[in-house]
Write a protein that binds this ligand. Structure first.
Ligand code: NAP
Length: 138
């Protein structure tokens, strides 16, 4: 993973935070996303000790503008994206009769969020390919 660029959403805690540390141990540079700026900064500071570059980007993945910003910041700083860990999420444990529909709605918005990021990546990749083709044809 040395010098690969990995984006991880939901990197401020749990599985995302653990993945960030593991990727950093393997030598990958990281772009970390979550809503909690303080937690994200702490994770980034902790990971920098592995000698890799880490960019924390405060992101609510349910907001398309935030997702575009995340992908743009990653490409501006690192010029590429090798791996996307679409991990941000919430969970709820309840019996069906106690189901809180508002939590399910949030969950769906998170799934859209994952799509926003992939769409932003494809959109920017399309322009990169177009620019390369244009350069080639000149
Ligand atoms: N742990 C398990 O046993 C288990 C099992 C199956 C599936 N999963 C799934 O695996 C993922 C991670 O689980 P976990 O246990 O590590 O959960 P966790 O500790 O609660 O971490 C969730 C992460 O997602 C971020 N997040 C939540 N909503 C977000 C939003 N709208 N925008 C950006 N980031 C958001 C949180 O950061 P902020 O609050 O700072 O935004 C946090 O960093 C989740 O999708 C979960 O559903 C977990």
């Amino acid at each position: 993973m040395k010098n690969k660029l990995v984006i991880i959403t939901g990197a401020s805690s749990g599985i995302g935070k653990a993945c960030a540390e593991k990727f950093a141990q393997e030598g990958a540079n990281l772009v970390l996303a979550a809503r909690s700026a303080d937690k994200l900064r702490d994770v980034a500071e902790n990971i920098a000790r592995y000698g890799v570059q880490v960019l924390p980007v405060v992101t609510d993945v349910t907001r398309e503008e935030d997702c575009k910003n995340l992908v743009e910041k990653a490409l501006i700083k690192f010029g590429k994206i090798d791996v996307l860990v679409n991990n941000a999420g919430i969970s709820m444990r309840a019996s069906f009769s106690d189901l809180d529909i508002s939590v399910l709605k949030k969950l769906w918005m998170l799934i859209f969020g994952e799509l926003f990021i992939v769409r932003a990546m494809l959109f920017l990749a399309f322009f990169k390919i177009k620019a390369l083709l244009w350069e080639f044809l000149q």
